[in-house]
Design a protein around this ligand. Structure first.
Ligand code: HEM
Length: 576
């Protein structure tokens, strides 16, 4: 009798599976163990395994539930893991590929990493899904990024900011008219879902100031598509944004499958997504040609296409260097048609949800903090004694922006506590050192300021560094023991106090910082001052009588998404 005939085939297969699984588990355990052993725990205490890549869609989708709030990698953990381990840098290991990942909530550490664009590069694989029509500024690195940034930089200028101001005033007044029309009695409070209305408002502003297409509150899906188009511009923008998550999360093969077969429900969603993006693409292509014609005809003074016209103009001014050797970085400087299209779309995406969600949290904070609201009101009253301006001709950007310092502080304080982008990942391209701090906590669990000492973290090529914006913004060493509280005054310099610039990175830092930050600030300050000048904001009747903590918990609740998404930012507005 041969050996083979005594062992049945199922048993042999079972043994092979057990052997294969055991080998996989042991290999993985050894590689994770070696990574953890290599950490210098006196500098970067070990904080645990990261079961999900903190920057991929799976982490975003499961964000509210996994990992749990106290665990490293959770979107809600803030400064706690750093405080518990007495360090502004903690180490973890990524399960999938066992690479070391250093989490940073240190101002100097984050400034160093963000400032060294060659040593620490953006993890662009995580942004691949945003390269919709071609490459864009958000999803490229190295010389490609410099090429995109050079052209894009010219698109964001002070003339453009004045245009953003003007378009915000127009959009805000339209919104007020829309709210008043829905009101039965004057002075009766209006209940507003801030997150919903502000997404629409921010889209209107970016459509106009970015693309020169005036969308409005009254323009809805029934608007007729112009000849050669699938939808009118406004509805195309709204549809593309509505289908953004499907667009980002749907794998390529599902698109192909949906084209060939009629898959129930999923097929329709995918087809609607393709249709919306095709509709928007036609508009942007047309706007790019229009902008080019304007520039060629010399209508340079026209502001009517804002960002896009500036982008096209800057791109035309950058001549491709035909004499440069093929393949050299100078061989092709200007952006291709697809890249122009992709960048326009990137501005639209990066520029509307971030601003809308930040403003929703600001409105929530103002409802919870009447004293901050009163200070904005006093500032706006002084500037606009006759009421909110209805046009930028009576209230210009240049004249008004510098006169709204408290409103600006409210916006900064909001995005300190609710930074739209919670964390940023960087890949280490050469061995490097990063500054950090170690400290101890006292009996009441507070950081002992006398115990703080500077230290240096060594990171190796191939590791990952996570810039923990949310945690840095609540680091008590930088922001004080009341770091978790809403206090706009902390953003106002006095003779004896200068607010800690290095510890505020809501717009990131270094050469790769947010190119649209002035755009966002202009729109936000104009919006907040106009809103408070016109309405008194308060918590909705359903929350009155509840404790402040409970009101705060409900109104400022959020879920991780592409940005921080407010869940219940409903407020009551009463005309002043
Ligand atoms: C409150 C509003 C905003 C916040 C909090 C914000 C935040 C950020 C952050 C943190 C980054 C760095 C992202 C990274 O490195 O992966 C970034 C980059 C960027 N932002 Fe913003 N942003 C805001 C508004 C805007 C607006 C209004 C625009 C355009 C109209 C815009 C366009 C961009 C672009 C194009 C980049 C990529 C820059 C580059 O990689 O060179 N953002 N933003």
């Amino acid at each position: 009798m041969t050996l083979l005939s005594t062992i049945s085939i199922p048993r042999a297969l079972g043994a092979a599976v057990v052997f294969f699984l055991s080998r996989t588990v042991i290999t993985k355990a050894i590689s994770i163990y070696s990574t953890v052993r290599a950490f210098n725990k006196s500098v970067t205490p070990y904080a645990g395994i990261l079961w999900l890549h903190p920057f991929r869609s799976v982490a975003l989708v499961s964000g509210p539930w996994f990992p749990s709030r106290s665990h490293i990698g959770s979107f809600y953990k803030t400064f706690a893991p750093y405080k518990n381990r007495g360090s502004t840098a903690v180490a973890s290991v990524l399960f999938r590929n066992s690479i070391p990942t250093i989490w940073l909530a240190d101002p100097q550490g984050i400034q160093t990493v963000a400032g060294e664009a060659v040593l620490f590069q953006k993890d662009i694989d995580a942004y691949g899904a945003l390269n919709f029509y071609g490459q864009n500024l958000i999803g490229v690195e190295g010389s490609d990024w410099r090429r995109h940034r050079k052209v894009a930089k010219s698109a964001f200028n002070e003339t453009g900011n004045a245009f953003v101001w003007a378009e915000t005033i127009r959009a805000v007044n339209e919104w007020f008219a829309h709210l008043d029309a829905a009101q039965v009695h004057e002075k009766q409070p209006i209940i507003v879902d801030a997150a919903k209305d502000l997404l629409q408002l921010a889209l209107i502003v970016i459509s106009s100031a970015g693309f020169g297409r005036r969308a409005s509150w009254t323009q809805n899906a029934s608007t007729v598509a112009p000849p050669g188009h699938l939808m009118a511009f406004g509805p195309a923008v709204f549809a593309a944004v509505d289908h953004l998550h499907t667009k980002v999360l749907t794998p390529g093969w599902l698109y192909t499958l949906s084209e060939r077969f009629d898959i129930p429900v999923v097929g329709r969603v995918v087809r609607d997504t393709v249709y919306a993006y095709e509709a928007l693409q036609r508009h942007i292509m047309e706007l790019v040609s229009l902008s080019r014609a304007w520039v060629v005809e010399g209508k340079v003074a026209s502001m009517d296409a804002g960002l896009l016209r500036n982008l096209v103009e800057a791109n035309m001014a950058l001549q491709d260097d035909e004499d440069a050797p093929k393949g050299s970085p100078n061989a092709f400087k200007s952006l291709t048609e697809d890249e122009l299209l992709s960048n326009s779309f990137a501005f639209l995406l990066a520029g509307h949800e971030t601003t809308a969600h930040s403003l929703s949290f600001a409105v929530g904070f103002l409802a919870l903090h009447p004293e901050a609201q009163r200070k904005i009101y006093e500032e706006a009253l002084l500037l606009w004694p006759d009421g909110t301006p209805t046009s930028a001709s009576t209230s210009s950007y240049k004249e008004c922006m510098p006169k709204l310092p408290y409103t600006t502080a409210v916006f900064h304080e909001t995005i300190r506590l609710f930074p739209a982008v919670v964390r940023l990942s960087k890949l280490v391209h050469a061995d490097a050192t990063i500054p950090a701090q170690r400290f101890t906590t006292n009996a009441s669990g507070k950081v002992d300021l006398d115990s703080i000492r500077d230290t240096t973290v060594h990171v190796k090529t191939g590791s990952m560094v996570m810039l923990d914006i949310f945690a840095l913004h609540q680091n008590p060493i930088c922001w004080g023991p009341d770091a978790t509280e809403f206090k706009p005054e902390r953003f106002i310099d006095t003779e004896s106090y200068r607010w800690p610039r290095d510890a505020f990175v809501a717009f990131s830092a270094g050469p790769r910082n947010c190119i649209g930050q002035r755009f966002a600030l202009t729109e936000s300050v104009c919006f907040l001052a106009s809103l408070v000048r016109t309405y008194e904001i308060s918590v909705p009747a359903t929350l009155r009588g509840k404790s402040f903590e409970e009101q705060k918990r409900v109104m400022l609740d959020w879920t991780p998404g592409v940005t921080m998404v407010p869940n219940n930012c409903v407020v009551s507005l009463t005309r002043r």
